[in-house]
Design a protein around this ligand. Sequence first.
Ligand SMILES: Cc1ncc(COP(=O)(O)O)c(C=O)c1O
Length: 479
Amino acid sequence: MLNKFIIQKNKSIKDAMIKIEKNGLGTLFVLNNKKLIGVVTDGDIRRVIISGKKIDEKIDKVMNKNFIKIKDNFSRNKILEIISKYGHKVRIYPILNKSGNLIDISTKERLTIIPVYSPYLQGNEARYLSECISTNWISSRGGYVNKFENHFSLLHNGRKSLAISSGTAGLHLAIKSLGIKESDEVIIPNFTFAAVINSILYERAKPVIVDVDKKKWTIDINEIKKNITKKTKAIIAVHLYGNPCDLDNLKKICKKNKIFLIEDCAEAIGSKYKNKLVGTFGDCAIFSFFANKTISTGEGGMIVFKEKKYFNRAKMLRDHGMQDTKKYYHNEVGFNYRMTNLQAAIGVAQLEKFNEIIKKKIDVFQNYHNYLKKDLSIKFQKNEKFSINTYWAVGLIINSKKFFYKKVERFFRNKGIEVRNFFYPLNSQKIYRKFSTKQKYNTDQFVVKGITLPTFPSIKKDEISFIAKTLLNYLKKIR
Ligand SMILES: Cc1ncc(COP(=O)(O)O)c(C=O)c1O
């Protein structure tokens, strides 16, 4: 990726002009091998040409040797100090290691604001994408879709995988391909993203909203038992924020009542229950690769099945309901829920770093936990001992009378930190309320008392420490 923004010192002004024209940033970093020795901007080149220099002169004769740099071990305060001094004139900052080698570039925005999420794209993503473009395979045909599906299946115990356009498309395909239809009931947790309930409503089936466990924030088994009827056809178990649901009991209930188990792993890729990856327990499981997800393709998703017959049906429905062997002949009203080769190319590169990304996300949680565990007003999501949560988001509930998410969001924004509120529980939203099963839910205070912190693989330790200190100081202030 850096290649577009660098030039070796023995190249000419003309070479630099060509590169600058293409990279769109108006800046080039001049290297002696890997070491950064100068910077040129489009303005610098214009000025040297006006002054009469020839375009075949070497770039190191005209570059700026006095440039602003950021070392990768600089503290956050030091970086903010540099930016407040030079931010008005520097578009893009070089990041150097201790030997002075250029290892990254960054914008003023990224250096001053810690985002709530940032995808981890430092591998083969750009290379595979550019291969799709140079070979003209940009739609849903092309080798990367198969590669992505095959790699995903291998990871998930051989389950048949279909790459799709989003996690929501996956939920809808799950409902439709498992044969759930009008007036069938599907049990879902109250605390989740709305795509879960919407996918049921698309088919005019009936969502049954049950409560979640107070500490784990995932669907409560006893509440499921209370709400099973003859019409219940499926349970959607959402592994919320990465925390695996009680899968042994869910499987038992589903078997006993002959209903489907759909796992929503949108936020939980890589999480494990009793040493097995989530997504390999239910009749079907869906994943999301939206840009803020642990593995990302921009937009996109995957659906995996236990049984081949449902997989085949979902495959046909994904592709307009068209017959596999008879082109343009349709068996059913289907959808275009395909993933493009471009998205799959990113996905393949992301899966190459699967273990690395998962490890980084777990480390992010551990770091936050070490800083915050001593404050007894902070409640973390509780995991079972035999589960591994991969922490799509580090969510906290703050047990303090004076803590109100809205106020703290403003406080964090002023410090350059992006945070998020919890999902609005479904029963608290007017359009879904009629599907509630009780008056008071364990989630009633979640939006007021909950906060999710920046949780992305490349967040730095000193950024985590800054965020944690900011929260602890805030809590001290309101006590
Ligand atoms: C639990 C859950 N299910 C489903 C989805 C939908 O995924 P997508 O955004 O890829 O449609 C999301 C997205 O955030 C989610 O959090």
